[in-house]
Design a protein around this ligand. Structure first.
Ligand code: MTE
Length: 317
């Protein structure tokens, strides 16, 4: 497997394989005693100041230039903590993330509740570099730590009639000031969804860490979705509930402004948001006057195209 280091590479050169650059096992049966010994600070398998082999925490470029950590952790969307980009980094520290349980139900053979700690015992974590592209036209390249969504879903045995996956965020007004705010433009709890075949695509991951460390609360600790070929709002944070359904679930942004935010929300430079173009983006770090780059179909992840064969992506935006 090719590992590219210390050289900035044009995005056109990035192969799907490069997202798997580091398949280091952080935990699971094969985890070393040293790694396990270091988990005292966290129930989720990553010591607080863990630095990955590639040195992401130091900001070394691998493949596309990695967004400096301070941008990815200070410029956020997490409406449960307010609508300002800096609200989550200022306010999310009060969120209690341990212990954390997940409820999995709906059209599955074995519904149930599971502690996140127990999920992670049986799963090998991987480090993957993904672009995240938001509708407001900024984008980042982040080294996420996680595992394929499919790995968790299969454990609950999806039934034959399950067609969609609905994800729900924690609803805890006491610790989430944005929920209590009268200024919020969306309903809570935050809900997102995928078609089951999208969720089962190997590029769709649940993340528990970034930059070689556990996820900061503002980035969706302790457990979030990352779907790199879709606009950022699909990548729901701090998930507590997963349901498999026969029907397409109603989702937060789609409910709030259906003509602006579709269920699919695939990154698509040919379909504009009704109020602005989606053809270009600004890669953080930059300013609003900074250089723009061309947005690529599916955010550059061409390998997902077959999921949408025969669909009119202008209508199913
Ligand atoms: N998840 C929840 N629960 N609440 C939110 O407000 N915002 C979404 C998504 N997940 C959001 C959420 C949006 S609009 C974006 S762009 C991404 O999170 C931002 O992720 P980041 O802050 O880690 O970059």
């Amino acid at each position: 497997m090719l590992i590219k280091t210390n050289r900035e590479i044009p995005s056109s050169e990035i192969t799907p394989e490069s997202v798997y650059v580091s398949r280091r096992k952080f935990m699971g049966q094969s985890a070393s005693a040293a790694v396990l010994a270091g988990i005292a600070g966290s129930a989720y398998g990553l010591p607080e100041n863990f630095v990955s082999e590639q040195g992401f925490a130091k900001g070394e470029p691998i493949g596309e230039k990695i967004t400096p950590e301070e941008y990815a952790t200070r410029y956020n969307n997490f409406y449960e903590f307010g609508t300002g980009k800096e609200d989550p980094s200022k306010k999310a520290h009060v969120l209690t993330t341990e212990p954390w349980s997940l409820e999995v139900g709906g059209r599955v053979g074995k519904p149930g509740k599971i502690e996140l700690e127990d999920v992670l015992k049986d799963i090998d974590l991987e480090e993957r570099i993904y672009r995240l592209r938001c509708v407001e036209a900024w984008s980042m390249v982040v080294p996420w730590i996680g595992f394929p969504v499919k790995k968790l879903l299969e454990r609950f045995e999806p039934l034959g009639d399950a067609k969609y996956v609905k994800f729900t965020t924690l609803y805890r007004p006491k610790e989430m000031p944005g929920i209590r705010s009268i200024f919020s433009s969306v309903d809570f709890p935050y809900v997102e969804g995928l078609r089951l075949d999208e969720a089962n695509h190997p590029l769709a991951i649940f993340s528990i860490g970034m930059y070689g460390k556990v996820l900061p609360n503002q980035n969706g600790a302790p457990f979030r979705l990352v779907v790199p070929w879709k606009y950022g709002f699909k990548s729901i944070k701090s998930i507590v509930k997963i349901e498999l359904t026969e029907r397409e679930p109603r989702t937060t942004w789609n409910k709030s402004a259906p003509h602006e935010y579709g269920f699919y929300a695939n990154v698509n430079p040919n379909v504009d948001h009704p109020r602005w173009s989606q053809a270009q983006e600004r890669r953080l770090p930059t300013t609003i006057f900074g250089r723009k780059i061309e947005t690529r179909m599916f955010n550059g992840y061409d390998e997902v195209a077959s999921l949408y064969e025969g669909m009119n992506l202008k209508r199913k935006y």
